[in-house]
Design a protein around this ligand. Structure first.
Ligand code: ZN
Ligand code: ZN
Length: 230
């Protein structure tokens, strides 16, 4: 019985994902030929961390992949956030432990791994041991973690798309861009009212295209030890 429940559950989710794509605004409709989440080999693994991650959040990741020309992705069932990634001291999840966790468990299943959470995440940054971040990319292990916890409530979707594109850029070696209208601009410490960009500037776009066409990232094959809670 639970097995049937699971099949129905996944079937329903797959249907909702398709329905969502149909419902997306025309200008943002993914190109034809977008694959369904039933492939056994994939370029990109997408993992919701926790059960509260919405289909809409996930679908924007797929939108980004389609936009960048990747259609071989694989969607995984929601995975609980590992307790070892929670910092009791800072009372939130550590972004780098989440990327380590994703790399350890999903890197063999796909070339790149994207985890999505609604939990607040932080990492050591700019001299602070506990600096909140919206996302973190580990290019060495080809892993990204995205958090929606700090996005503006009303305009979260544009911010979410901007965040996804930004981290994808980091995955391919792009650094922060001085152009405030470029999606690779670093928003940390800037005016929060600054418009969210959904576009790479000409220079970043060129770099990304070159990087995506070039050799895939060299990824360490040895297992990654999970760090104990701080
Ligand atoms: Zn960045
Ligand atoms: Zn740029």
């Amino acid at each position: 019985m639970p097995e049937i429940q699971r099949v129905i559950n996944y079937g329903l989710r797959a249907f909702l994902l398709i329905a969502l794509f149909v419902a997306l605004p025309r200008a943002q409709t993914p190109p034809k030929g977008l694959s369904l989440p039933s492939q056994t080999t994939a370029q990109v693994a997408i993992i919701p961390l926790g059960t509260q991650v919405s289909l809409r959040q996930q679908s924007w990741v797929l939108w980004m992949l389609a936009r960048q020309g990747w259609s071989h992705w694989r969607w995984f069932p929601p995975q609980a956030l590992p307790p070892t990634s929670y910092s009791k001291r800072f009372r939130r999840y550590r972004a780098e432990r989440l990327t380590d966790f994703l790399a350890k468990h999903y890197r063999r299943k796909a070339r790149w791994v994207i985890g999505i959470t609604n939990e607040d995440i932080s990492t050591e940054l700019r001299g602070f041991l506990d600096h909140a971040v919206l996302g973190l990319t580990d290019p060495t292990h080809a892993t990204i973690v995205l958090s929606s916890a700090r996005l503006p409530k009303k305009t979260w979707e544009v911010a979410w798309r901007s965040l996804i594109l930004h981290e994808w850029g980091h995955l391919f070696g792009l650094v922060h861009c001085p152009d405030a209208s470029c999606v690779m601009f670093d928003r940390l410490g800037q005016d929060p009212a600054l418009a969210w960009s959904e576009h790479f500037c000409a220079s970043c776009e060129q770099q990304l295209r070159t990087a995506q066409k070039g050799p895939f990232p060299q990824v360490q094959k040895k297992p990654i030890p999970l760090k104990s809670g701080r």
